[in-house]
Design a protein around this ligand. Structure first.
Ligand SMILES: [Zn+2]
Length: 264
């Protein structure tokens, strides 16, 4: 018997979730890939609201004329004026190890802030994630899409028209990387941190969990997975170091660990 000819799958229509926090900064999530439940979409919106509320500066409108696959394979062409920050959220199989992945895409000229970004959520196990875990993951990935932990070195900072600045927010001392941006470093010292910089994971994109424990941007050894980790003044400071204006009142209460990171 002849196998039926398979029809080309039609691209799924894009549905969007738009933040509605009381701030001039708006984050639009354009959802792609495997469909999310209404509850999952509500959690993603809560994450967008949480992150958007932190930022009080305005997005600089920009006209884009980009072909498909510009920033990531599978993304559509982007031929429109963006008046707010857009994130393509794709639910797909990312293997066994991770919850999600993310990246800023094109950067504004002059400010070097991201124009849009991508977040991939792992379809494996996504439906098993408790609401706080998905919320925590999405806040974390949105911060990366906005440049936190992803635009800290000069070679990552190339704007839409190809300019680059020399801004570097990390420094290697011996074999270890430290974050050295002034605002986050001041917040770290205000909490009693005393090193020359904030110790980072070797990927240079997350606080070392042994030093900055169970924070929203903590990396290995510092992530608690059954709740939403706090967005501390350190991460607010990191947003400021990138050039965003922030609402410091919205930082969560946070204390640096004394001794080892207690993961309970
Ligand atoms: Zn991360």
């Amino acid at each position: 018997m002849q196998a039926a000819k398979r029809l080309d799958p039609r691209p799924a229509p894009i549905s969007a979730v738009v933040s509605s926090a009381k701030t001039p900064f708006v984050i639009e999530l354009r959802l792609r890939g495997k469909a999310l439940s209404a509850a999952q979409q509500a959690t993603l919106k809560a994450a967008a609201d949480r992150v958007a509320a932190l930022i009080v500066s305005r997005f600089q409108p920009v006209k884009l004329d980009l072909p498909a696959n510009s920033c990531d394979k599978g993304l559509p062409a982007l031929r429109e004026q963006l008046d707010h920050f857009v994130v393509f959220v794709t639910v797909k199989d990312l293997g066994d190890e991770i919850y999600g992945d993310s990246s800023p895409c094109e950067l504004h000229d002059k400010t070097y802030l991201p124009i849009y970004g991508t977040v991939d959520l792992n379809s494996r196990g996504l439906d098993d994630l408790a609401q706080p875990e998905l919320l925590d993951t999405m806040i974390h990935e949105l911060l990366h899409a906005l440049g936190v932990g992803t635009l800290w070195t000069a070679d990552e900072r190339v704007s839409l028209s190809g300019d680059s600045d020399d801004k570097t927010l990390v420094r290697k001392v011996g074999k270890q990387w430290y974050y050295t941006g002034a605002r986050a470093l001041a917040a770290y010292r205000a909490l009693g941190g005393s090193a020359q910089g904030i110790l980072l994971d070797p990927d240079q994109g997350h606080w070392s969990g042994n030093v900055v424990c169970s924070e929203i941007l903590s990396g290995s050894a510092g992530d608690v997975t059954d709740r939403v980790n706090p967005v501390s003044p350190l991460t607010l400071g990191a947003l400021e170091d990138l050039g965003y204006s922030v609402n410091t009142k919205l930082a969560d209460r946070y204390a640096l660990p004394k001794g080892r990171c207690p993961l309970d």
